[in-house]
Design a binder for this molecule. Sequence first.
Ligand code: ATP
Ligand code: MG
Length: 385
Amino acid sequence: MTAPSPAGTPEPMIRFRGVTKTYSGSAAPAVENLTLDVPRGSITVFVGPSGCGKTTSLRMINRMVEPSSGTITVDGQDVTAVPAATLRRSMGYVMQSSGLLPHRTVLDNIGTVPRLNGASRAAARQRAAELLATVGLDADLGRRYPAQLSGGQQQRVGVARALAADPPVLLMDEPFSAVDPVVRAELQDELLRLQRELAKTIVFVTHDIDEATLLGDRVAVFAEGGRLAQYAPPEELLRAPRDEFVAAFVGRDRGFRHLSFQDGGAVRLHGVQILDPAQLADPRVPVRDGWALAVDADRRPLGWVPAAARGQVTAPEQLVPGGSIYPVGESLRRALDSALSSPSGLGVAVDRAGAVVGCIRPAEVLELIERARMRRGRARHGTAV
Ligand SMILES: Nc1ncnc2c1ncn2[C@@H]1O[C@H](COP(=O)(O)OP(=O)(O)OP(=O)(O)O)[C@@H](O)[C@H]1O
Ligand SMILES: [Mg+2]
């Protein structure tokens, strides 16, 4: 049993209690014994390296994934007591790829859930048109098809669609990861502006600690093995990281801005198994060590092949999409983003032509960043910091 909230503190909107998820066929849990409260009307961010269980945790909230044990309540109600379809419709969901229906116009995409909830076509379109303005898009974009929009515009439409039924809860899974940094910053600002008006309960997933501390009222840092390493407001994470992992992960935020301009040329490159198009197509070519990287004829990266799924992955569209790319010589910040966003845990380093030259490891990039920070501290204060 949990203690009642002190008077004046509203009940949390979402509660995880001892939630574990082990996917069938895997030995280790994707999420382990997660206990956490998501306060009402605020933004809670799940952050951490690839594969640490962020998406799994998010999807258990609307039962896209069922927990193996433990309970989740939304607004006081156990989610397993609500039919999954009803639950899903009662929450907005935004993904990294906008997930828009390609053969429907923008307006009809936005109106999907109101229609499912029984709104007339005219009412749904009316609402959709209002929402276009809410997310900062011109009205005439409403008649276009998703493919006729930029990546940033598509993500805005994704947000509008998630808001269409005016759900109290919004689940967002790396919604801004696939757009370039400038558009990403715009979308982040827009979300904060929207949130000031709408005061939804938002759970937002990212692997970017900068994004997490910018957007989150509270930030949950996940570590490998689906373990919650720390859950606190951003300033507390930065001031008092609970362990080495959190310190390394958030530590880079102090003075992080400077790293954008810093040469990342010293990042060590490691070899990685490469599958050219012919090797990819031939399932007899084994994946030797966990993951292999598929490339095109010009050695540009296409995506990853996990050893366990080698037999099923023989064509580019079956690959596990990679994270961001690290062009050699770019900033440590880009290097870290690449290493943290990769499903294999290895960032892909490319040359000027975009061809793969090797892989980089998150721990090594973090170490370089830490060293750069120390050097800067010494230069400024005449002593190590
Ligand atoms: N449907 C599935 N079946 C089996 N294992 C899965 C499934 N989905 C995820 N996993 C595994 O569970 C673990 C957590 O995955 P999850 O997608 O929750 O991580 P994540 O933190 O969202 O990662 P990313 O940053 O790459 O999106 C990983 O080891 C992953 O391989
Ligand atoms: Mg994920």
